[in-house]
Ligand binder design. Sequence first.
Ligand SMILES: Nc1ncnc2c1ncn2[C@@H]1O[C@H](COP(=O)(O)OP(=O)(O)OP(=O)(O)O)[C@@H](O)[C@H]1O
Ligand SMILES: [Mg+2]
Length: 238
Amino acid sequence: MSDNIQLELKNVTTIYGKNKMLHDISVQIPTGQCACLLGSNGSGKSTLIKAILGLTTIVEGKIFFEGRDITGQKTYKAVREGISIVPEGKRIFRKMNVLENLRMGAYTEEDKDEIELRYEKVFKQFPLLKERLKQIAGTLSGGEQSMLAIGRGLMCAPKLMIFDEPSLGLAPVLVQRTFEIIKEINESGVTVFLVEQNAHMSLSISDLGYFLQKGQIIASGTTAELQDSDVIRNAYFG
Ligand SMILES: Nc1ncnc2c1ncn2[C@@H]1O[C@H](COP(=O)(O)OP(=O)(O)OP(=O)(O)O)[C@@H](O)[C@H]1O
Ligand SMILES: [Mg+2]
């Protein structure tokens, strides 16, 4: 394995019950880059994320983070190693306030000074959250909840940040803003794994991509290669 590969899935197959879901998946994400995983509803995108976080049964293959085998490892350990997830459907803690939600993002950290530093970073990126610390998260607007979900994801000071369909359910102007924020996070040095159905926007901010269909990777390459590929064109632009 090349030294600069941060996350690697090597021939991973997963099951739900007796049924295979992901088939022989191989993915390599270089440190500091933005990689996207494209695929339609039910293609297995969230399952692939669950595999990385030790939340689904892997029957074949291995997953490595910075060269260490993390196959089947518990989620909190993955978080402690620097993997952060911004889940599908902006799953914030709706009954907690903004500050409590952010604090949850740093649950593996106990050093108070370190946590303060992380808050400051998040508030710099999302000044609005600082003004709403005591607001109950469930009463935030959809766009604000989405910012909170990303802010919470940043609170674990990730090396790798995984986004599960961040553009889902957002108005076009917020979709645009969300992709800009993801790009900014990537440019600040965090590796990004962007899981999306919005191929056009995702490819525009990514360095490389994978295309998932019915649990299999059917195309992969640099974004330029993918933009030219018939598979993607037929699936999305055809
Ligand atoms: N716990 C489970 N048990 C059985 N089948 C499951 C389970 N979770 C997901 N599946 C099935 O696995 C398939 C892939 O689901 P997955 O959530 O990975 O798709 P997805 O690509 O993330 O789709 P979407 O874009 O709609 O979020 C679906 O057919 C789904 O019904
Ligand atoms: Mg999904």
